[in-house]
Write a new protein. Structure first.
Length: 252
């Protein structure tokens, strides 16, 4: 099979997953958007966490042109990307019990804040405990995960639970176990993961929903502009100054 045909098949698979996510998760996306809007209006803060490749979708809504300025990355050192050596360390850290609690205890989160936890499988200790401990601290938790893993795999957390079991809202990415959309003759392993495409789209949809909800209530959502358009830096500077106490990627 030609490379061009496989490329087209991947686009088709990704488009179908995006369609399903749009149609089947609309209510959950809207609920998460409302939860964020409520928190913004109350003066609360928004945090997002993801480990490994799930961190890509988390980072995509932090300090982003066209994004909500109040979204902060809750980073766990060693798990944020593949820049750490060895890259496999991040996968190992996801299975460490107690790490999430230590991170939350030393973070700026407060009761009433929102934490979005992104984990494709939702089965490892780190995302499970991140959601579990955050709720115990009084945060609202949104989980973005694939429910297929809870149906077809076993939890790696001592409780036997998954991320989905510790969230106020769960958004299902629809990704199949293994995160590989294609197979082909001559390629011995399934390939072409689509989780980043779909999860990033879901995250942007949640932020868009929150912004629209705030605007409908007569509250201007604090959005960032691109620094590569005239006036962008000045606009963002005013937003940073106004919301200084709720933005942690610039001020501690």
């Amino acid at each position: 099979m030609s490379g061009n045909k496989l490329a087209g098949q991947f686009f088709d698979a990704a488009i179908e997953l995006l369609r399903r996510a749009r149609d089947e998760e609309a209510e959950h996306v809207a609920t998460a958007g409302t939860m964020i809007a409520d928190t913004v209006e109350r003066g609360g803060r928004i945090f997002v966490f993801g480990a490994g490749h799930s961190s890509i979708a988390a980072q995509d809504v932090v300090y982003r042109a066209g994004g909500l300025a109040l979204v902060n990355l809750l980073a766990v050192p060693g798990t944020v990307g593949v820049d750490v050596t060895p890259a496999t360390l991040g996968s190992a850290l996801e299975r460490v019990d107690g790490l999430a609690g230590a991170v939350l205890d030393t973070s700026p989160v407060q009761p009433g804040d929102v934490l979005i936890v992104i984990s494709l499988s939702g089965r490892n200790s780190l995302p499970v405990e991140m959601a579990m401990n955050a709720r115990a601290l009084g945060l609202k938790v949104v989980g973005v995960t694939s429910l297929a893993y809870a149906e077809h795999t076993k939890s790696r957390h001592v409780s036997g639970t998954f991320l989905k079991d510790h969230c106020d809202v769960v958004i299902d990415s629809k990704i199949a176990v293994g995160d590989a959309e294609l197979t082909a003759e001559g390629i011995t392993a399934p390939f072409a993961p689509a989780s980043t495409v779909v999860t990033s789209a879901l995250m942007q949809a949640v932020i868009a929903s929150a912004a629209g909800e705030l605007a409908a209530r007569g509250t201007e959502p604090p959005m960032l502009r691109s620094g590569n358009v005239d006036g962008g830096h000045e606009w963002n500077g005013r937003v940073f100054a106004e919301y200084r106490d709720r933005i942690f990627f610039r001020h501690q």
